[in-house]
Design a protein around this ligand. Structure first.
Ligand SMILES: Cc1ncc(COP(=O)(O)O)c(C=O)c1O
Length: 291
């Protein structure tokens, strides 16, 4: 059985082979494994220049779920190697500003900790017990309420997979982080857009109407919002939390606001999920707070 491992960021996952004939394809965290049919390459001579026929005249694409075939491709960021070749500059001479990354890299303690991991060859704890205990201590929210994911992007997708049936509706409030709309498409959900007002505040009145009329399952709210940094005030949030809808409050940039996270509100509101991420907190914010 042939196995190809691709390590990739789920947000920039892109299948780009003209004819794909997997017998099995699984995605676990950010590691993707394709298993090809048993010893096909050993037993049968393979014409390399030719695209292989699978079964009758089925194309690889025909195995992909129809709604995914219609999706507009996500535009992933370009890695240093590609940028470097395109720009004719060394990676060290490029400062990327398109993905809110920390251009300085991690502090030396991170390399030391990674280099001294005790069992790097064993799968890590699937329940992230030590991390969740540390986060519980840091946040004052018991670890039973905390789920660790491979980035907020993975959690957004997991929430949708757990909550949405194909055809269910979500509310999105653009301009905002585009991953909610993209993942909704992947999960065959319908996106109802309630655009923000000209000052980027939420149009709460319209959200209430849409929830009553369209009965969406969940709403994605971002505070501080990406791209403008606007904050959702308590009054607006409480009004939305009182609706019969799952509220996913994305606080990826909360550290930059100087405001307190609403993480602990989850104990009071059964319909609230709060997202936070190390990619901002321990990335560029770490440097800003130290400088
Ligand atoms: C609002 C917002 N939420 C979530 C994310 C994704 O975070 P992560 O890096 O943890 O996947 C981003 C990334 O830019 C973001 O802007």
């Amino acid at each position: 059985m042939g196995v190809i491992d691709l390590f990739c960021n789920t947000s920039s996952l892109c299948l780009d082979r003209p004819k794909l004939s997997p017998s099995c394809c699984s995605l676990r965290r950010s590691r993707m494994t394709f298993m090809t049919p048993p010893a096909a390459s050993a037993a049968t001579p393979v014409k390399e220049d030719d695209q292989q026929e699978c079964g009758s005249s089925l194309s690889g694409d025909s195995f992909i779920r129809p709604h995914l075939r219609k999706l507009a491709p996500y535009q992933p960021i370009l890695p240093f190697e590609v940028l470097s070749t395109r720009l004719g500059r060394k990676p060290e001479d490029i400062v990327k500003l398109d993905a809110n990354e920390n251009p300085y890299g991690p502090p030396p303690e991170v390399f030391e900790a990674l280099g001294s991991m005790r069992f790097p060859y064993i799968y890590p704890d699937p329940e992230s017990r030590r991390l969740r205990a540390a986060l519980a201590e840091d946040s004052g929210l018991e670890s039973d309420y905390i789920l660790a994911g491979c980035g907020a992007d993975e959690l957004i997708d997991l929430i949708m997979r757990c909550v949405l049936e194909p055809g269910d509706k979500i509310v999105d409030c653009p301009p905002t982080f585009t991953m909610y709309e993209f993942d909704a498409g992947v999960n065959a959900a319908v996106v109802i857009k309630v655009p923000r007002k000209s000052d980027f505040s939420l149009d709460v009145k319209r959200i209430v109407e849409v929830v009553e009329q369209e009965k969406p399952k969940c709403i994605f709210l971002t505070s501080p919002n990406n791209p403008d940094g606007s904050i959702i005030d308590d009054e607006a949030l409480l009004q939305i939390l009182n609706l019969p809808i799952l509220v996913v409050l994305d606080e990826a940039y909360i550290e930059f606001s100087g405001l307190k996270s609403r993480m602990r509100w989850v104990k009071k509101f059964e319909n609230l999920i709060v997202l936070r991420t190390f990619s901002k907190r321990a990335g560029i914010f770490f440097y800003l707070s130290k400088s």
